[in-house]
Design a protein around this ligand. Sequence first.
Ligand SMILES: Nc1ncnc2c1ncn2[C@@H]1O[C@H](COP(=O)(O)OP(=O)(O)OP(=O)(O)O)[C@@H](O)[C@H]1O
Length: 559
Amino acid sequence: MVAVSAINAYLPVMIQRYIDNYLAVGNATMELTIRISLAYLGFVILKLILVYLKDYTFKMASEQTVGSMRNRIYHKVVNLGMRYFDQTPTGSVVSRVTNDTETIKEFWNVFLTFVDGLLNAISIGIAMFALNARLAWIFMAFIPIVIVLMYIYQKYSTIIYGRMREALSQVNAKLSESITGMSIIQHFHQEERMKQEFDVVNQEYVSARISMFRMNALLLMPAVNLIEAVALFIVLWVFGMQFLDMTATDVGVVYAFTSYSKSFFHPIGSMLDSLSVFQDGLVSGSRVMDVLNRDDDAPQAHEGATGEITDGKIEIKNLSFSYDGVNDVLHDVSITANPGETIALVGQTGSGKSSIINVLMRFYDFQKGEILLDGQSIRTIPVKRLRERMGLVLQDSFMFFGNIADNIRLHGNYADAAVESAAQFVNADGFITDLEGGYDAKVIEGGSTFSTGEKQLLSFSRTILRDPKILILDEATANIDTETEKKIQQGLQNMRKGRTTIIIAHRLSTIRDADRIYVLRHGRIIEEGNHDSLIAEGGIYHDMYQLQTFQEKGEEDGE
Ligand SMILES: Nc1ncnc2c1ncn2[C@@H]1O[C@H](COP(=O)(O)OP(=O)(O)OP(=O)(O)O)[C@@H](O)[C@H]1O
């Protein structure tokens, strides 16, 4: 860059010397003219090669920077606590990982333009002073005006670029919300409303971009061109005033200054231009840094923790927990499960059953109380190890793009035979072998070509393959019809053997054999005991059970 700007400053001097020393005084010969032309051409070619090298190196560096930035933010995102995802729309996360990092790439170009512009201005400044200090001062006098222009631009563009980024993020958020909820949108005829809402955010984005163009169109090149023209006008005017005592040698200087006026102000114009990208990059950068600097990572064990789950004893003592740090959703909850026991959590919707699991799986950190696993605090067990030893099956099982075997194996190091025997163990083998391609059958993201029950069977296989010590079934059989459920009950019994199991179920008939049942209401445990003792107690559980058996009986009679 230094060499390029030196060449830029030197080329007009070459011509100026040729004009003033040879052409104007009648000394120019053919040989000299050819020599100077070739030298000029040589410098231009050298400059082009250097420009190519410079651009290539910068582009490469910028691509690599963004590549690694994207990686860093993705790594950060997958390690963030669930709280972040509760509060941030998916589209907005996507926007940070893709669009925002992409904009940061432009930062490199801005840097390039800035250093380029600065070096050019310095080398041309030096050349101008060397040629004619008085005229050079005229050019310098315009620099404060340019600085004021930059200041004004900076002030307005920050606002507009912030608006633009935010609007784009909203567009992404709306889009991803619509795609995720498409079946509900179509079912409830929400298409028009979604279109209108999308229109609003899209229009906001368009209008932010238009504001930006309006500002750029006014403040960028036109302003710089005007300054350039005025500077040139003054230079020529000063020359005109001195016309009478001007010697022939000044003609080359006029040429040099005319060409400097372009190359002095144009880089400044590009610097201004790149200020817009700079603003954009600044806004994007701060959005990316926002994510990178977040300290609400997923809960971690204490440093150097080496705890291990061996027997599967769970003791939850006086646990209180809130999602937002303000309103507790669990109050003073105490639960014990001895190794190999099955305990059940029941209660109304929203009573806090899944929240207990969320804390136990370390998706969220808890505020008060203690959780002991095999007598050690849950915080002393590395989270990765903890989750390997605790198998969680949810009502909705997520499937990844790939095939059936991959979805069971989840890229763990398990042989095909182990995958198949895990599927057989939970009776998932039957439906898998019926598929075209069997274990190699394709699965699309989300697994939407499979029934919910089938996905749940795959999820059972996934869990059992990892041979966890503790099994957590959160409404795991809610989507399986009673008949299929009966079929896989044997599989479930097999799964529970030798493992501590926590079951959350609304269908109380499925948890009758649990060693202990905890009844929750508004985040508190209000009853506890086994099925028979709770029935005998005649409390809430008793009523819930009566109601359900009554309903089930009614359904059967109805049939
Ligand atoms: N991610 C979250 N952020 C904030 N509040 C939440 C979150 N998840 C659940 N809650 C709130 O915590 C309370 C307990 O919810 P939880 O999911 O534990 O209930 P549940 O008993 O499992 O209900 P269900 O039977 O419907 O699954 C509810 O009031 C719910 O609104």
